[in-house]
Ligand binder design. Structure first.
Ligand code: CA
Length: 221
């Protein structure tokens, strides 16, 4: 699995390259948009938006024209406008700087899993402690018992479980699980979290992080 890292800041590039290497990914690093578009033979793109020669969004568009390879945008811009534009241009996810390597690797794995390109593992099942979720058969099992989930409850659980311990922002969850352009009231999300907690049999599976969002964690850990 080779990652194309498009990043003009050498200090960020070296930290990310090393972190990806430690996580078992191969890395090709380029420092501008022109080289990014010319690069070949990679399986995944990490794309900085602020590049010296062109806008990262244009690089995203140019890569999308020739390839369906997963793209995660690295951005210092966290406002909603860019997020929507990025997803419309075909990016699969975005990570706001500064980010931790653990979060970045979790996001990469989640995107690969959604695309069915599991890194070093072709199983579609996700396991977190006693919980296992199979996105292909859309079954969630806890301690050997299948959970009776609505489709949205399943999607929400699968989304959170794809990167356990990572805090997901409310808007990110709404975009991924409901609709990428859905910015309505977030009561629906709270109702689904409450229903899931009940079905999981332990409130601690889904932790609310005040003012941010939610994360899934194994209560036995
Ligand atoms: Ca930059």
């Amino acid at each position: 699995m080779k990652v194309l890292l498009v990043e003009d800041d050498p200090s960020i590039a070296s930290v990310v390259s090393r972190g990806l290497g430690d996580a078992g990914f191969g890395v090709e690093h380029v420092g501008n948009g022109k080289d990014a578009i010319a690069a070949q033979g990679y399986d995944f793109v990490l794309l900085d938006l602020g590049l010296p020669d062109m806008d990262g969004f244009d690089v995203c568009k140019a890569i999308r024209v020739k390839s369906q390879v997963p793209i995660i945008i690295l951005t210092a811009r966290s406002d909603e406008f860019d997020r929507v534009v990025g997803l419309e241009l075909g990016a699969d996810d975005y990570v706001v700087k500064p980010f931790g390597m653990r979060e970045l690797v979790a996001r990469i794995r989640a995107v690969l899993r959604r695309g069915g390109i599991e890194h070093g593992n072709h199983d579609t099942a996700i396991s977190v402690g006693a919980l296992s979720i199979d996105e292909k058969t859309r079954r969630a099992v806890i301690d050997g018992n299948e959970l009776a989930l609505t489709p949205k409850e399943f999607d929400l659980l699968a989304y959170l479980a794809a990167s356990p311990d990572v805090v997901h922002r409310r808007n990110d969850i709404l975009e991924h699980v409901w609709d990428t352009e859905w910015y309505g009231p977030t009561k629906t999300l709270d109702a689904h979290v409450a229903a899931l907690r009940k079905k999981l049999g332990n409130q601690e599976w889904i932790e609310a992080v005040r003012g941010v969002g939610f994360r899934l964690k194994d209560p036995a850990q």
